[in-house]
Each structure stands twice: as structure tokens, then as C-alpha cells.
Design a protein around this ligand. Structure first.
Ligand SMILES: CC(C)(COP(=O)(O)OP(=O)(O)OC[C@H]1O[C@@H](n2cnc3c(N)ncnc32)[C@H](O)[C@@H]1OP(=O)(O)O)[C@@H](O)C(=O)NCCC(=O)NCCS
Length: 174
């Protein structure tokens, strides 16, 4: 990741700009017909989701370029949907997004490194993530990060099923 970029934790005042970033980033998924929450979520939802875990922001001066949230333990709605989210000491990866203009510069990889380091330091032994089955490019991305699919779930109101993917953490992630 470019050294002029900085990484910090989410603050309440970020909720508006972060919502705009999420809409811009998830527009391509919306265009695929996939109604991910972040395609059109409101500021209140952004605030709730960012505060439901540890949320990082990457920015260039005052411009938000990327975000990732890690929950430990996973949120109750997920815990109700899959035993994978009820597994002891499991963290969950949520709301990953990079501005379309800033793609391919390693911002998501940097945020993922921050997230897994944080989860490992807090005693997590594995991380889960779920994403739309038709978004095969995202399944490939999470495969490249070491995740393997272990379950399939359906979030109420979504037009797609979601693949549940899991990755072990080790001392190499510290
Ligand atoms: C997915 C996303 C966060 C990647 O952000 P990014 O900063 O461009 O990713 P990086 O530059 O850190 O790339 C990380 C790795 O993933 C790979 N990668 C990135 N986007 C990819 C894609 N769409 N498909 C497959 N691989 C991809 C890169 O080649 C890179 O691999 P490497 O580490 O082996 O070189 C970004 O494309 C995005 O915001 N997409 C829309 C929102 C979204 O899909 N969020 C996830 C919902 S579950």
C-alpha cells in the first residue's frame, strides 16, 4: 500500500463519508443484481455496522478510500444462521470496501492484515466471512486469502445465497 495513505479506526463523524464510499464500492455488485446491504444502506445502518466490531479506515488526506470491519464474536444474526458463526473464538470479516478509483493498490490486503492481527491478538483462532455465491470473483479473492467454503446460508431479503468461508489464524498472522 502507498506510504502516503494512513490507517486509523472509525469515528462517528465518518458515518456519512463511509456510507458514500460503501455505495460507490458496492455499486458493481448492485449492477450484478446482488442486493448487498451496502449497495444502498443509510447512514444509521453504516454507524450500527461499523460500531458492531472493530472498523478500520484507510484515507488519503481527508478522503476515505477503504474500510474493513472485524467482529469478535460474530453478530447475532449470523450466529442464528450458521454453526460456523457460533464456533468458539471465531472472528468475522464484514463490510470490506475500497473506492473504485483506488483498487489494485493493496488497500484491501493491508486492511485484512490489520484485521487478522487484531483478531489474533484478542484470542481468535479463526476468521469467517460470508459473501454472495454468484460473486465468484469475491470467492476467488477470499480463497486467495486462505479461506475455504464450509457452509451456505440465506440472509432474509437477499436475492442470493451466501457462501460461508473460514480461515484458521496462526502465529504468522500476529
Ligand atoms: C474486493 C475489494 C475490497 C478489493 O480491494 P483492493 O484494494 O482493490 O484489493 P487489493 O489491491 O488489496 O488486492 C488484494 C488481492 O486480491 C486480489 N483481488 C482484488 N480484487 C479482486 C477481484 N475483484 N477478484 C479477484 N481478486 C481480486 C488482488 O489481485 C490481490 O491479490 P494479491 O495479494 O495476490 O496481489 C474491492 O474490489 C471492492 O471494494 N469491491 C467492491 C466491494 C466488495 O466486493 N466487497 C466485498 C463484499 S463480501
Amino acid at each position: 500500500m502507498n506510504s502516503t495513505l494512513s490507517t486509523r479506526l472509525f469515528e462517528i463523524n465518518d458515518a456519512g463519508p463511509l456510507t458514500e464510499l460503501l455505495h460507490a464500492a458496492y455499486a458493481e455488485l448492485g449492477a450484478m443484481g446482488l442486493n448487498f446491504t451496502a449497495v444502498d444502506q443509510n447512514v444509521e445502518t453504516t454507524l450500527v455496522r461499523a460500531q458492531a466490531g472493530r472498523c478500520w479506515i484507510v484515507e488519503d488526506e481527508d478522503c476515505l478510500l477503504g474500510t474493513l470491519t472485524m467482529s469478535l464474536p460474530p453478530l447475532p444474526d449470523l450466529r442464528a444462521l450458521t454453526s460456523e458463526a457460533r464456533f468458539p473464538q471465531r472472528a468475522w470479516l464484514n463490510q470490506v470496501a475500497v473506492s473504485p478509483a483506488a483498487r489494485g493498490r493493496g488497500i484491501a490486503a493491508h486492511l485484512w492484515a490489520e484485521g487478522k492481527k487484531w483478531a489474533h491478538a484478542r484470542g481468535a483462532t479463526s476468521v469467517g466471512v460470508d459473501t454472495a455465491v454468484p460473486a465468484s470473483h469475491l470467492i476467488r479473492l477470499y480463497n486467495s486469502w486462505g479461506f475455504s467454503q464450509t457452509d451456505t446460508i440465506h440472509h432474509e431479503g437477499k436475492v442470493y445465497d451466501s457462501a460461508v468461508m473460514v480461515r484458521q489464524l496462526s502465529s504468522a498472522d500476529a
